[in-house]
Write a protein that binds this ligand. Structure first.
Ligand code: S3P
Length: 449
């Protein structure tokens, strides 16, 4: 018998997936619940918190900055210390694999009267930070990073953030990025005047929604893709309030695509966040002919929440670009798997940002699709995938190479559910965002061991 490393998932061709499930709390919203909870004026209970490695990195970093946090599964209690109550960390802050942790903390720490060093794992250490450092330096912070030969203007983690008195600025962001926007909002809350942030496209707006819910002076003009933070006359208090995190649509996307791919499947995912700035995956899948029923059932902290029912569907190729690409940026790996089994070509473009995610996702996805025998070509900012439905419909198994990227690992796994032979997935990275991935799939009937 072959012995398989327990951290390796063995995925086999599966029969129909059926039933209801939930996915862990939204990773983006969980980071913000922890961070903004820490800045509140008292205890903040959080329910539905994502327990993946990235969120744990944010919680640990805040604890190191003197914020009392009790973590208990998907619940947490953060004792907010206020905007001026953080204390210097005794050691470097380890942000692990998490871009959101390092970027939002850098914005926050830019206004704090002490110096902090933020580092990360092998993947985070390769992610560029200049576009974050430039506007924060302009506001008055000192931010240094590691240089790399041949990249004279770029900086990479570890970052050394020397905070201080900040001035408001008007920042026109070079790319639509919620991490960058949120970092500047956090710096702007500590500045001596208004800060205005303009994006070339509307990135996810969880920061704006949650900070407004907590009483921060943040005004948005979505039409002009502008956020204005004006702390003038504000008492600096964020109201300690209970926070409820909806399920992560980015995790749900893998379950949805798995259900769409496997004939006879009918799966409902309950309690999922359906923020329109994040929900492009639903529109993209519908454009591919997916049988998806979406129902908004409530609101949490200004975020729409609901259910998504996915039934097996014959998918066809489509185009995913422009604002649809931006609204489905993290779901491109799942969408690429849907494209792999569709009929015809799916063209993904305007996705240059995918080159600098947890891995170079364009290269990672092209490699995984190629391994499975799917026709794929890579462009600088996109992928063209020829689905196997029109090509005889066969997919090979094999060994997935996640490249430190949770979403590449999960993509390889769901493709394995419709492959002819066994697929082995080194699974350690999956816990970054979706620690219950294999349990959820198994509970619906998938062959994942
Ligand atoms: C995130 C923003 C996006 C997204 C990332 C999470 C956030 O990144 O891809 O997974 O929580 O703000 P960018 O800000 O780099 O676009």
């Amino acid at each position: 018998m072959k012995s398989i490393d327990p951290a390796t998932l063995c995925v086999r061709r599966s029969g129909p997936l059926r039933g209801h499930c939930r996915v862990p709390g939204d990773k983006s919203i969980s980071h913000r619940a922890l961070l903004f909870g820490a800045l509140c004026d008292g205890p903040v209970p959080i329910d539905g918190l994502g327990s993946g490695g990235d969120n744990v990195s944010t919680a640990r970093a805040l604890m190191a900055l003197g914020v009392p946090i009790d973590l208990d599964g998907d619940r947490a209690r953060v004792v907010g210390v206020g905007l001026r109550g953080l204390t210097p960390a005794l050691e470097q802050l380890d942000c692990g694999n998490s871009g959101t942790t390092i970027r939002l903390l850098t914005g926050l720490l830019s206004g704090q009267p002490f110096t902090t060093t933020l580092r990360g794992d092998a993947s985070l250490t390769k992610r560029p930070m200049r576009r974050l450092a430039m506007p924060l330096r302009q506001m008055g912070a000192s931010i240094d990073g590691r240089g790399e030969p041949g990249k004279p203007n770029e900086i990479y983690p570890p970052l050394v953030v020397k905070g201080g008195a900040l001035h408001g600025i008007r920042a026109a962001l070079p790319v639509a990025s919620a991490q960058l926007k949120s970092a500047l909002v956090l710096a702007g809350l500590q500045a001596d005047g208004p800060t205005e942030i303009v994006e070339p496209g509307l990135s996810r707006d969880h920061t704006e929604r949650m900070l407004r819910y907590l009483g921060a002076p943040v005004v948005v003009d979505p039409g002009a893709r502008t956020v204005r933070v004006d702390p003038t006359g504000w008492n600096g208090n964020l109201r300690a309030s209970p926070l409820v995190v909806p399920g992560d649509l980015s995790s749900a996307a893998f379950v949805m695509v798995a259900a769409l791919m496997i004939p006879g499947s009918d799966v409902t995912i309950d309690g999922v966040g359906l923020n329109p700035t994040r929900a492009g995956v639903i529109d993209a899948l519908k454009a591919m002919g997916a049988d998806l029923t979406v129902e908004i059932t409530g609101q949490a902290m200004g975020e729409p929440v609901g259910t998504v029912r996915a039934r097996a569907s014959r998918l066809r190729g489509t185009r995913i670009d422009g604002e649809l690409a931006l609204r489905s940026i993290d779901e491109v790996p799942a969408l690429a798997m849907a494209a792999a089994i569709a009929e015809g070509e799916t063209v993904f473009s305007d996705l240059q940002e995918l080159r600098i995610k947890e891995s170079d996702r364009i290269a990672s996805l092209a490699r995984e699709l190629g391994r499975a025998g799917v026709g794929v070509t890579e462009q600088p900012g996109g992928l063209t995938i020829t689905g196997v439905a029109g090509e005889g419909g066969r997919l090979a198994g094999g060994v997935v190479q996640p490249m430190h990227d949770h979403r590449v690992a999960m993509s390889g796994a769901i493709l394995g559910l419709v492959a002819d032979a066994e697929t082995l997935v080194p699974a350690a990275e999956i816990a970054t965002s979706f620690p219950t991935f294999s349990d959820v799939l198994r509970s619906l009937g998938a062959s994942v061991a």
